[in-house]
Design a protein around this ligand. Sequence first.
Ligand SMILES: C[S@@+](CC[C@H](N)C(=O)[O-])C[C@H]1O[C@@H](n2cnc3c(N)ncnc32)[C@H](O)[C@@H]1O
Length: 322
Amino acid sequence: MTYLDTAAQFYGEVAQTPQIGLCCVQSSPLQLPGLTIPLQMQEMNYGCGTTVHPAELVNNPTVLYVGVGGGLEALQFAYFSRRPGAVIAIDPVPEMREAAARNLEIAAQENSWFDPSFVEIRSGDAFKLPVNDDSVDVVAQNCLFNIFEPEDLSHALHEAYRVLKPGGRLQMSDPIATRPIPEHLQQDERLRAMCLSGALTYDDYVHRVISAGFGQVEIRTRRPYRLLDSQTYNLPEPLLLESLDSVSFKVIIPEDGACIFTGKTAIYAGSEEYFDDEVGHILQKGIPAAVCDKTAGKLAKLVPENIMITDSTWHYTGGGCC
Ligand SMILES: C[S@@+](CC[C@H](N)C(=O)[O-])C[C@H]1O[C@@H](n2cnc3c(N)ncnc32)[C@H](O)[C@@H]1O
């Protein structure tokens, strides 16, 4: 039996007997006008953040949702597309697919705008997505990829890249670790399945996303998720896990490296009206311009006395330049 079998068994169990608070953070699921989330779905909220970013869901996107869980985010995505098959939700665990289908039927009773045909539930897994190359606008996964061992994570990221249309978005939420998780915890298959011991550090995680081909990564949110205490987890000191919400774009990686936006800004404070670095970045005096980490680093070296670079806010929602 592999760790993936252990995970499938675990999710079979929690599909039949919901484990309230298994992965979720201390915030209620995203509420939207006219959306009622059935109680059964809320009890099966096994996501650690959110992958549903309303501002990006214009033009009725086709969404491939990987690891359907109780169907909560599939319902939230369907809210924006409202057409049959707009959301394709996959899961290898039959009990989970059945639970999601049941919950979506209840959602249809509680939401007059929703029809269960808006979400097509299919059997499938993250390593062999049951859709064609370049066929979907959004791939989303919440609290699933962190349970994969690093090489499997890379495999799943390449699969997501394959099925996205050019310019498409990979919207993810996963725990990350503030320092590498020791081997004895990584080897604990049950803890891994519970999203507590498979997390990579921020740098490792983002590196794997870029290595799969994504040319732009935007960090939407980074916040404390769980503390692994010394006694329970046999650690020399407590280990903080964070949850990271990100959106990665299937765009070509620039020659000088991918653009990673973490909320940094550059502000020109020199004697001119504006500063032009002559490679596409114009900074108006005194006005913060959102920049990616790569550009922030270059600008800081170029004229350190006249350009202030603000810290990562870990909350970036668009705009600015690479
Ligand atoms: C932590 S739960 C998250 C569920 C859902 N995303 C949510 O936010 O509530 C992980 C989900 O991934 C499914 N899963 C497990 N292994 C998978 C795989 N190899 N490929 C796709 N889904 C998988 C599980 O059955 C479960 O539904």
